[in-house]
Design a protein around this ligand. Structure first.
Ligand code: GLU
Length: 310
């Protein structure tokens, strides 16, 4: 495809979703997210040479929420390597994102790193013995470097708002700690967790930051090895099997690309060997993924034929 074709692609997706805009429900369990405008929609596609094609509200920041799990996973694996898998599993959960039921049955070892309980364990491992601030600073530095945007920061008000409303995550974290699967005090881990979820980025910035996952861990624009190839592939495998709460199978069926959905309405999708795509629209479907964003990614898959199952 030529440059004009790629711009026509994202413009075409924008027109495909027009009829759906405003649909979906904004989450009300995080008060600050409940004020988001469901009419917003943005899409950004970044390719190997860094060229970016965007449409709609692609330059409006939103908070990463559980898309941040992808980056903390990558950083934690860098620090603790395979030992991470003693603390968290690699199977789809088939349960709602904040479910506690499996944690009891499986003795405090969360099913995978892409559900809340698993992400809390990953953040604890990333903190290690350094303290929460060092872990959050490492994440911010990583995102700034990969996106090339020094201004990326945390929406501290949102982090506070989520912490105040965070009974579910607090329960999960205490449950994990009760089974001896937490190194650091629960409140310290949660403070890092809420801050990582509240990093604000635009579709364009986030697609750039995740580009290394489409190229076996190498950022194709700089040649930097961000992570080893096997780890990059495995992160994509986890996104495909676990990236969308209890509808990960359906997402793989409909879109056919590794991805991660977040409660803020962002969805990151990786097209191995080609690029990274981020869509954002705050209204969620009943499964908790962006309603308009999912339609947009289905349209992308249909228009391009991109799939990991070719
Ligand atoms: N910060 C959110 C939570 O822990 C993230 C959830 C999500 O994006 O799915 O509830």
């Amino acid at each position: 495809m030529s440059e004009t074709d790629y711009q026509a692609l994202v413009d075409g997706i924008l027109s495909d979703v027009q009829a759906y805009r405003g649909q979906g429900t904004v989450p009300n369990y995080i008060p600050a997210l409940a004020q988001a405008d469901p009419n917003k929609f943005g899409i950004a596609l970044v390719l190997k040479d860094g060229s970016t094609y965007a449409a709609g509200d692609a330059d409006q920041p939103f908070t990463l929420q559980s898309i941040s799990y992808i980056f903390t996973l990558s950083l934690a694996l860098h620090h603790v390597k395979g030992a991470l898998w003693n603390h968290v599993g690699r199977e789809p959960s088939g349960s709602p994102v904040n479910s506690i039921v499996q944690l009891e049955l499986e003795k405090g070892k969360p099913r995978n790193p892409l559900i809340s309980a698993g992400a809390i364990v990953v953040t604890d491992q990333l903190i290690g013995t350094r303290g929460a601030d060092a872990a959050v600073e490492e994440l911010l530095a990583f995102l700034r470097e990969r996106s090339g945007e020094e201004g990326i920061g945390i929406d501290e008000g949102l982090a506070m708002s989520e912490s105040r409303a965070g009974a579910f995550n607090r329960s999960l974290a205490h449950f994990i700690a009760a089974f001896g699967n937490m190194l650091n005090p629960v409140e310290e881990v949660l403070s890092a967790y809420y801050r990582q979820c509240s990093v604000a980025m635009t579709c364009r910035q986030l697609a750039r930051a995740a580009l290394f996952l489409a190229f076996d861990g190498v950022d194709p624009r700089t040649g930097d090895t961000v992570t080893v190839a096997s780890r990059s592939r495995r992160t994509n495998a986890l996104m495909l099997t676990c990236g969308h709460y209890d509808v990960s199978g359906d997402f793989a069926f409909r879109v056919g690309l590794p991805g991660k959905s977040a409660v803020s309405g962002g969805i990151l999708a990786i097209v191995p060997g080609t690029g990274a795509v981020v869509v954002w629209s705050p209204g969620l479907n009943t499964a908790g993924t962006s309603l308009v964003g999912s339609v947009a990614l289905e349209s992308l898959a249909e228009r391009t034929g991109w799939s990991v199952f070719v």
